[in-house]
Design a protein around this ligand. Structure first.
Ligand code: ADP
Ligand code: MG
Length: 424
C-alpha cells in the first residue's frame, strides 16, 4: 500500500505543514490512512496526524471527513467534548502523491483495547454505564445538533481520552518531543519495519497491530476501576448527513442494523443499534452478533438468524419492505434457508452464559432491548436513552455538564489534569 496513490511513508522526525508538526510515532492505521502521534511546535502540544492515502477517491473521502469534522467542531462546547476535534488540515506532497492530512486532538486507546485489557471478560457495569453516557452524549450531539449519522460506530472508533497504560502517554512520561530526525539512523520504511515487528510478534506468539489480534501482554496489570473512562467518538470517514446519504451498504458487519442488511433505508437509529452492540460487548467481552456464512446460507442470513434467535421474529413490515426481503424471507416471515432457530432471549443469555445476577441482567436487558428493536422507528433516540434510569441514575460527571452548562469547566480536563485525577 506504500505506492503511488497509497499511504505516505513517514519516518520519525519528519516535518509537516512547513515544519509545524513533527512525527513522533505511529498510533494506528485504517483502510484509508495512517495515524501518527505528532508534536505541534506552534502550540507546543501533541496531536494526532491522520495522513490519507493519495489516490483521488481517498482525497475525496478526506475532503468529506474534513467537512463533517469542521461542522461538528462548531457547536455547543459542552457537547463537542464527546466527539474528536479537528485542529487543522493541509495537503502534504510526497513520493506517492498528494495526501490530505488532518490534525486531530491526541486521544488514548480505543474501547477495543480496553476490552482486550480485560482479556475479553468484559468491564464492570458501572464503567460500562459511564462509557455509554459519553457515547450517548456524543451521538445526541451528532444526531440532533448536526443531523449527522456516524454509520460506523464500533469499539475501534471510540477512543478513551488518555491511554490505559500511562507509560504510553507522552505527557505523563515527561519525555521531551523529538524535534528532528534521529541522527545517523536512516529509519527503515514502515512496511519493512512492520514486517520485522510482525515476525517478532509471531515468535513471541502474540500479534501486532491495533486490530483484533493485538497483544494485551504489554499492558501493566492495572485495576480497571482506576481508569477514568471518559471517551470520544472518532473516525468520521463514513459519516453522512441524514438527508444526503450516498451509499446503501454502511456499517461494519457485526454492528450492522437489520434495515441495512434488508436494504430498507436507514436513519439515525442505525447508530443506536451499533451503540447497543457496543454496550453488550463492553459488558461481556463478546460481540453480540458475529455472523458467518455456512453451507447453504450467506453471512447476511446467518446475521438475521442470530437476530431472530435473540429478539424474535421480524415484524411483517420489516420482513416485506426492504429490497432484499424476498431473497431472505418466505411469505410467513421465516428465513428461507435457515429453518431451525435456537431461541435465547437476552436476559437468559446474560444470566446463563455471562453469569450476570438476576438484577443486573434485568436492568441491562431493559436498557438494551428497546435499542435492539427490529423496527428502526421504535428504537429510542440518544436523547431518550440519556433519560433512561440505567444511565440517568449514575453519579457521573458528564451529566452535570449536560444538565448544568455552568460546570463546563469541570469537564475541561486536559490530559494532564486527568493524569492527576487518576493519581499518576
Ligand atoms: P480510518 O478512517 O483509516 O479507519 P481512523 O480515524 O479510524 O482511520 O484512525 C485509525 C486508527 O488511528 C484508530 O483506530 C486509532 O487507533 C488511531 N487514531 C485515530 N485518531 C486518533 C486520535 N485522535 N488520537 C489517537 N489515536 C488515533
Ligand atoms: Mg477507523
Amino acid at each position: 500500500s506504500y505506492r503511488r496513490g497509497g499511504y505516505h511513508a513517514v519516518k520519525i522526525g519528519d516535518q509537516f505543514a512547513g515544519g509545524r508538526y513533527i512525527a513522533q510515532k505511529k498510533l494506528g492505521w485504517g483502510q484509508f490512512s495512517t495515524v501518527w502521534l505528532a508534536y505541534d511546535t506552534k502550540d507546543e502540544k501533541y496531536v494526532a496526524l491522520k495522513i490519507q492515502k493519495s489516490a483521488a477517491q481517498f482525497v475525496q473521502a478526506a475532503l468529506h471527513e474534513i467537512d463533517i469534522l469542521s461542522a461538528i467542531g462548531d457547536g455547543s462546547p459542552s457537547h463537542t467534548k464527546f466527539v474528536a476535534q479537528l485542529i487543522d488540515h493541509f495537503k502534504h506532497t510526497g513520493p506517492n502523491g498528494n495526501h490530505l492530512c488532518m490534525v486531530l486532538e491526541f486521544l488514548g486507546d480505543s474501547l477495543l483495547r480496553l476490552i482486550k485489557y480485560t482479556r475479553y471478560k468484559g468491564i464492570p457495569l458501572k464503567k460500562v454505564r459511564e462509557i455509554c453516557t459519553c457515547i450517548l452524549i456524543g451521538l445526541d450531539y451528532l444526531h440532533r445538533e448536526h443531523g449527522i449519522i456516524h454509520t460506523d460506530l464500533k469499539p475501534e472508533n471510540i477512543l478513551l481520552i488518555s491511554p490505559i497504560n500511562p507509560s504510553r502517554d507522552p505527557l505523563s512520561t515527561g519525555a521531551s518531543p523529538i524535534l528532528e530526525r534521529p541522527e545517523g539512523s536512516i529509519s527503515p520504511s514502515p512496511s519493512h519495519m512492520e514486517k520485522r515487528l510482525k515476525r517478532r510478534a509471531r515468535r513471541m506468539s502474540m500479534s501486532l497491530s491495533m486490530g483484533r489480534g493485538d497483544s494485551i501482554d504489554e499492558y501493566p496489570k492495572r485495576n480497571i476501576e482506576e481508569i477514568d473512562v471518559r471517551c470520544k467518538i472518532v473516525d468520521f470517514g463514513n459519516a453522512c448527513w441524514a438527508d444526503n446519504q450516498f451509499t446503501d451498504l454502511v456499517q461494519t458487519r457485526q454492528y450492522r442494523a437489520p434495515e441495512v442488511i434488508l436494504q430498507a433505508g436507514y436513519s439515525y437509529s442505525i447508530d443506536m443499534w451499533s451503540f447497543a452492540c457496543i454496550a453488550f460487548e463492553l459488558a461481556t467481552g463478546d460481540m453480540l452478533f458475529n455472523p458467518r456464512a455456512g453451507q447453504g446460507f450467506s453471512e447476511d442470513e446467518d446475521h438475521l438468524a442470530l437476530m431472530m434467535e435473540l429478539l424474535g421474529k421480524f415484524p411483517k413490515k420489516m420482513a416485506t419492505s426492504g429490497a432484499k426481503c424476498k431473497d431472505f424471507f418466505d411469505r410467513f416471515g421465516d428465513l428461507k434457508r435457515i429453518r431451525r432457530l435456537k431461541m435465547c432471549p437476552l436476559k437468559k443469555l446474560l444470566v446463563e452464559r455471562y453469569k450476570f445476577s438476576e438484577k443486573d441482567a434485568n436492568e441491562f436487558s431493559e436498557f438494551l432491548l428497546p435499542l435492539l428493536d427490529l423496527s428502526p422507528e421504535k428504537r429510542p433516540s440518544a436523547q431518550q436513552c440519556l433519560q433512561h434510569p440505567w444511565i440517568k441514575d449514575i453519579d457521573y460527571a458528564p451529566f452535570d455538564i449536560i444538565n448544568n452548562g455552568n460546570s463546563l469547566e469541570n469537564l475541561n480536563v486536559g490530559m494532564r489534569n486527568l493524569q492527576i485525577a487518576v493519581g499518576k
